[in-house]
Design a protein around this ligand. Structure first.
Ligand SMILES: Cc1cc2nc3c(=O)[nH]c(=O)nc-3n(C[C@H](O)[C@H](O)[C@H](O)COP(=O)(O)O)c2cc1C
Length: 284
């Protein structure tokens, strides 16, 4: 029996994300059990950038629910992720989780390699902004095997399943999780399969998922992207991830060596400006 974990990045109970995760799971043809995790239900704090997780061996030092969320992902055989678009990007719970990802290295490769599908929901056609990229990035950071990422449109809770094209997309995502080979995507980055690019000078562009830059050309009415090698690729493949971890360790050592010199730069700024601090809350 396969264990599927549905990650819902929306607070809305029985909203479009929740029912999409459940509908995809219903249509998965292999025997499975569905566990669900609503990301915004969990107390996930901001990364403080202390880098202590790199050497602690036991993950992040913040006392919150991160370990519980990670264990749920580790325990799954496959993932279905759904996130709503909020102001032209995916719900912030995805990013808060991802910002803690330096501590994920402590898990070794237990987290990596899960087959996954991702679905972003937007209320207005074409107004998804960076949601597709945000979902791809989430799956890339945990080194999941991104079988398909889609954007579906629907505003009112449940509306997304009223449209036939969305129901067809759901069937295709379920088939991908069930083991059917996904159709090869065209017009995407050949390194990471990312679909979002930034135009650079001339005919160059940069893939916004893996950061490779290269020439874009139009062949037979289709865009082709030819990335050039880069010095420090991150997050794509296990070796990249391990190299990135080692690079971070190296930076930590460098920080210790240069601490005095760096302190001379930063100390001079200590007293500039007046900080606005949060006011204590009045009891309700
Ligand atoms: C605060 C907020 C911001 C939103 N911003 C966008 C947006 O930028 N673009 C868009 O197409 N839909 C936007 N929507 C609509 C939601 O993406 C849409 O209703 C989606 O179906 C919600 O999914 P859910 O039911 O799972 O929560 C927004 C909704 C909310 C509540």
């Amino acid at each position: 029996m396969k264990k599927i974990l549905g990650i819902v990045a929306s607070n809305r109970r029985l909203g479009n994300c929740e029912i999409l995760v459940k509908e995809i799971a219903r249509r998965v043809s292999i025997p499975h059990e569905l566990r669900l995790l609503r990301l915004p239900d969990f107390d996930l704090r901001y990364c403080t950038g202390c880098y202590r997780c790199l050497s602690s061996g036991s993950g992040c030092i913040l006392d919150d629910d991160l370990a519980q969320v990670l264990e749920a992902v580790v325990g799954a055989d496959a993932l279905i992720l759904a996130a709503p678009t909020y102001f032209l990007g995916a719900h912030s719970s995805l990013k808060i989780f991802l910002d803690r990802a330096i501590s994920f290295y402590c898990m070794g490769d237990r987290l990596w390699g899960k087959p996954a599908v991702g679905v972003g929901v937007a209320g207005m056609e074409g107004k998804e902004g960076s949601t597709h990229l945000d979902i791809e990035r989430f799956l890339a950071v945990i080194l999941a095997e991104n079988l398909q990422t889609r954007i579906l449109y629907g505003a009112l809770p449940g509306e997304v399943l009223l449209k036939e094209e969305n129901r067809n997309a759901v069937a295709e995502m379920a088939a991908a999780i069930s083991g059917d080979p996904s159709k090869k995507r065209e017009g995407c980055c050949p390194i990471c399969a990312g679909e979002t690019f930034r135009f650079l000078e001339g005919s160059k562009a940069r893939c916004m998922l893996c950061s490779h830059a290269g020439e874009v050309s139009l062949k037979n009415g289709r865009f082709t992207f030819s990335p050039e090698p880069i010095a420090h690729p991150i997050l794509f493949g296990k070796q990249n991830a391990l190299d990135h971890r080692d690079w971070l360790e190296g930076m930590k050592k460098l920080f210790r060596q240069k601490a005095k010199e760096l302190r001379q730069v930063t100390a001079g700024y200590e007293d500039d400006g007046e900080w606005i601090m949060p006011e204590p809350r009045r009891p309700v």
